[in-house]
Unconditional design. Structure first.
Length: 232
């Protein structure tokens, strides 16, 4: 086996085995939530594109930093499934199916939803903080961003990708996602890019909090299998 193949096996082997086993055992049921999310996103996109449905989707899923906080929190869960304006809907559908599907198999349905919401909420709350800090601050945003419609699954997708990569030892992949998001902000500094970094920051905090428990779990698995923890 050549070095590249060995690296790929070490990087993605545990993740690939988990996903393959989940799909083999449960088939489409293993990603039922992801499929439902894709259907919901497609439905909202269809409704949003109709004159009779545009305002409805805005009312239930469009978040702006200028909105009252209680209203933004109420709309945030559904905002994940409202495609971002100016971006192709197929991109949102593909992101949800692939990343949400992998996360659903690896983490479970409810944990995936909780992480997706946490990442999206981190971006939503950061927008308010950034506007309060102002454009003169490194973490600040211009006041005009308060009127930007903030929708789409991208913050959730980025957060889930980083968490799953960390959880299954795909550290290079998780690191590549982080580097890509930093590069996005450097090249094109905008609200979406900084929200992605806020989502990553929230997920990294969760990784740090859950790391001791995961380490204990790995040690228990290693002790039951007779393999030292460092080799499991």
């Amino acid at each position: 086996m050549n070095p590249l193949a060995r690296w790929a096996r070490a990087e993605w082997g545990p993740l690939h085995r988990t996903v393959r086993a989940g799909l083999r055992a449960r088939r489409a049921r293993a990603v039922a939530m992801a499929i439902g999310a894709v259907c919901l996103t497609a439905l909202l996109h269809f409704v949003h594109g109709r004159s009779w449905g545009y305002q409805f989707v805005q009312n239930v899923g469009a978040v702006r930093a200028e909105d009252p906080l209680w209203l933004a929190l109420l709309r945030t869960p559904l905002s994940l499934f409202v495609p971002a304006l100016g971006l192709p809907v197929w991109g949102a559908l593909l992101q949800i199916l692939l990343v949400f599907g992998i996360a659903e198999i690896c983490l479970g349905r409810w944990r995936t939803l909780a992480l997706a919401y946490t990442a999206t909420l981190a971006g939503t709350l950061y927008a308010r903080l950034g506007i309060a800090l102002g454009p003169g601050h490194p973490l600040g945003l211009p006041a005009s961003d308060a009127q930007v419609v903030d929708t789409g699954p991208s913050a959730a997708v980025v957060g889930l990708a980083v968490y799953v990569g960390w959880r299954y030892g795909a550290y290079v992949t998780a690191g590549a996602v982080v580097v890509a998001m930093v590069a996005e902000v450097v090249v094109k500094e905008n609200l979406a890019g900084k929200e992605h970094l806020a989502a990553i920051a929230a997920v990294l905090v969760l990784c740090a909090v859950t790391a001791p428990r995961q380490r204990v779990s790995r040690e228990r698995v290693g002790s039951r299998s007779g393999v030292p923890p460092s080799q499991s």
